[in-house]
Design a protein around this ligand. Sequence first.
Ligand code: FAD
Length: 388
Amino acid sequence: MQTLDYGTDYADIRDQVARICQGFPGEYWQKLDEAAEYPHEFVDALTESGYLAALIPEEYGGAGLPIRAASVILETIHANGCSAAACHAQMYTMGTVLRHGSDEQKRRYLPEIAAGTLRLQAFGVTEPTTGSDTTQLKTRAERDGDTYRVTGQKIWTSRAHQSDLMLLLARTTPTDQVTKRTQGLSTFLVDLREVRGKGCEIRSIPTMINHNTTEVFFDDMVIPADSLVGEEGSGFRNILSGMNAERILIASEALGDGRYFLDKGVNYANERVVFGNPIGSNQGIAFPLAEAYAQLEAAEMMIRKASALYDSGQDCGAAANIAKYLASEAAWKAADETFQTFGGFAFAKEYQIERKWREVRLWRTAPISNNMVLNFVSQNVLGLPRSY
Ligand SMILES: Cc1cc2nc3c(=O)[nH]c(=O)nc-3n(C[C@H](O)[C@H](O)[C@H](O)COP(=O)(O)OP(=O)(O)OC[C@H]3O[C@@H](n4cnc5c(N)ncnc54)[C@H](O)[C@@H]3O)c2cc1C
């Protein structure tokens, strides 16, 4: 019989992270949102605290904590009205280097990433013409002596302007020369400091949220051959192995967002008096909030299950995907019902509802669209035929 420990709650970490967040109130985020600027001060504070290095093993200077602890860190940041989206990739993108990189790459990069002196926050997978159909991506990397020459384009590469390194997925063997479409892709650790303006151009994409996202163009960009992470052709597997961690951690951020909204919604429903009664005494206001609470509780249990499976080295693919699905839907429910609870005031920026409401919508679409999660569950859990 399989038993699972659903994990410690890390009350000490919650307290310490909440204390950091107190220094970054809603007005701080609001100003950045309006100016579309990066939260340098917040990222510096988190870096100094060491929390961004939670998952890096102690031998490389990190804290060597389990994913359950990282999940608590990110949930707490979001539950306190802050956003880890500006730096969450620093926590988990290094997993590809840790699991698949050479000893030399681990020694060269991980201690500096742990110390925060090197930023690995950019992750270039999505392309404009192929989207969710990742294996069809068109960016090509061709070996040329001691180098690779890269040509193509990525889109939605978040934080490329603020990152020193980018993990890049590119095709090294053309699709007509492989038997399975997951073959022939490779992962590279690109030093953006070396290639910006030299075959690599990064352009910001204005978006409805302050996410510092970009499109990246490669025009015969030359990178050293030792930028390759893992074996040539194993890139899809290398990326996949990091995706479960990403799903669990993004689900945790969504859970935190949901808790933030519910807290605001319930307070407002208790305080706002219309027709002589607090609006929360109307079931039309109370029930949607209660439903959102129930859905968040369910999502939290799934996040804990996925984390427990991950931390005990068991297969967590289905649980991580389901956790991301449930948490993103529950967070959106909490956001939208709180928006409705606030009536017209939800539209006023000073209440810190509309900005967060825009932000929380992302989790239903990225890092993987919820339809693709349902495809995963349909095919891999339920055994239904693939439709595409
Ligand atoms: C703000 C932001 C930040 C991002 N950051 C990054 C990043 O740092 N790095 C990175 O690589 N990517 C990033 N992404 C990209 C993100 O992962 C993709 O947008 C997402 O995976 C969906 O891909 P797409 O936009 O191409 O949509 P498409 O693949 O074009 O899909 C469009 C719609 O069709 C649906 N659909 C497509 N195929 C099917 C199917 N077979 N069955 C059912 N429904 C289907 C999808 O679910 C979706 O609803 C980011 C995106 C955003 C918006």
